[in-house]
Design a protein around this ligand. Sequence first.
Ligand code: GDD
Ligand code: MN
Length: 375
Amino acid sequence: MARNMTLIVIPTYNERENLTRLLSAIKKQNIGADVLVVDDNSPDGTGKIARKISQKEKRVGVLHRKKKEGLGKAYVAGFKWGMKKGYEKLISMDADFSHPVEALRRMIKLCSADTVVTGSRYVKGGKIVGWSWDRYVNSSTANLITRLLLSIKTKDATAGFKCYPVEFFEKISLDKIRASGYAFQVEMIMLAQDNGFKSVETPITFVDRKAGESKIQGELVKSAKLVFSLAAEREATRQFVKFCIVGAINTLVDWLFFFLARTSLTAALGTRNLQTLKQIAKAISFIISATSSYIMNRKWTFRSTNPRVARELIQFFIVATGGLIINSLVFYLITAQVGWRDIFGLVIATAAATLWNFVLNKKWTFKNRTRLTLE
Ligand code: GDD
Ligand code: MN
């Protein structure tokens, strides 16, 4: 194989109908990249086809693996091979024409020592052709949930068409990659973001395969599990879960003190000004529950050691008041304006207020400490 700057790694499992055509389509692009086919001993003989082509084409190489170990493992083997040979940029690409060869040149150009490039379906100009609507809904929901769980900024977080600078592989250790299957793509973009690499997305039209079969269905559960365990290990997710637990506990505290205050106030002052007394009871329970919530979040969720406690507490109260306003506003909009049932209003309003509270407390109230824990 010729020495070249860019290596396109193509994992294959039963792609005999696609591989020959794909390799010549890549060649026609004239981008001067080498190609490595990583075949897991495909029963349909894809490996043999690849070997034959590689004997004629000096830009094509093959890595034969003994058995099917998954897309992730195949990529790790291919990238390691490429690193050893000294390539500067490494591309991951499917063998089934879903990833347009026309985008290769653009992706190589956008890729640099600190930038990972994704051929993206979910940015402006990106498209998916040939998918049934349910596959589209599945993929875009999986993508959205993944992004939220792992706080991935890249819009197409599950994309399989990427160009990595070798500096990225030098920084992470390919041996530490946890995903063996499809979650590999997610883990890689997460690692790129966590290690300070820029992520650039260039739109592509993803065309569903015309020949052969996708192998993703049987692996969805396994991949989802891995995404969840990656999420569970993330500091940001742990913080959010703790924040929600603190919120739930203090909602109970709020109710408890409201009833206690109301009972004692009416016992002492009678029920003539019931509405006013209720408002006072509400204010008392809010102050108590918000203070207790502040203490728990300071000590447990955000582990703040900021000595300016009074200031932190005031900020926490400002955020909580904002949360209260958002809560009633959203509830009003959903129930009175949109006309949905109270239960939906309650759920959406609570979610909106929780999100507001979390983001503001994290980025503002407990800002100093949060930065330290992320390092
Ligand atoms: N060597 C090897 N071993 N190759 C594999 C294996 C394996 O176990 N499993 C799949 N492949 C190869 C396929 O032959 C194909 O070239 C490529 O990996 C992608 O597999 P598909 O089965 O066609 O995947 P898909 O089209 O369902 O999924 C694509 O889109 C997903 C996002 O929607 C891929 O690009 C995924 O990586 C991507 O996450
Ligand atoms: Mn495919």
